[in-house]
Write a protein that binds this ligand. Structure first.
Ligand code: S6P
Ligand code: ZN
Length: 188
């Protein structure tokens, strides 16, 4: 890895070098949204883009850092806001999120069922300790964009989130986002 420095662009963004780009469309999110009917209806109309993340995985042999940028498109499936799949880090490894643009929420859960939710607004950071599964949600009308930084060689565990989701759902209320319990959730 060589040193680099990046300024914020005029739009308040960072153009991080990326080695991998992953886009998740509605069809990649089957089973993740609480309202299965709304999901099927939207998918029948269009397989829309939900989010993209650009990653630079550290491949050196010292204690480096991996990093990336995630952009979640605004919108809802039923009343549930667009979100990432969410995962646990299967091996030890904490993570930092730094918000660049838009308005988001960070949902956290432990495997024992403890849940926390934090606001993500431009310039703010969130610290995610090992053991806390994490998912980000775009609760605004604009793209929601944040940087993530994590230690390399982490195994991302998507399986338990895929099965049971998070304890909390982030829904569109009459005057903004509201949190509701997830009826499908089980600690595990
Ligand atoms: C990686 C970090 C993020 C997510 C990205 C997409 O540890 O937490 O870069 O990978 O936000 O979310 P997900 O849940 O699909 O990996
Ligand atoms: Zn992570």
């Amino acid at each position: 890895m060589l040193p680099f420095g990046l300024p914020l662009t005029a739009e308040g963004l960072l153009q991080l070098p990326a080695t991998k780009t992953i886009s998740r469309r509605l069809s990649d999110m089957r089973g993740y949204y609480a309202d299965a009917e709304a999901y099927a209806a939207r998918l029948a109309a269009e397989d829309s883009l939900i989010y993209t993340f650009w990653e630079t995985e550290y491949t050196g042999d010292t204690r480096g850092l991996s990093f990336g940028i995630t952009e979640i498109v605004p919108g809802t499936v039923g009343r549930e806001f667009h979100m990432t799949k969410g995962h646990f880090h299967a091996s030890d490894g904490d993570e930092i999120y730094l918000t660049l643009k838009g308005r988001g929420k960070l949902l956290l859960q432990t495997r024992q069922g403890e849940a926390r939710t934090y606001d993500m607004t431009p310039g703010g950071i969130c610290y995610i300790p090992t053991g806390w599964g994490h998912r980000t949600v775009n609760v605004g009308a604009e793209p929601f964009i944040f940087v993530s930084i994590w230690p390399p060689h982490i195994v991302h565990d998507y399986e338990s989130v895929q099965k049971y989701g998070f304890p909390q759902l982030m829904l569109q209320g009459d005057s903004g986002p509201v949190e509701a319990p997830n009826p499908r959730y089980q600690a595990g």
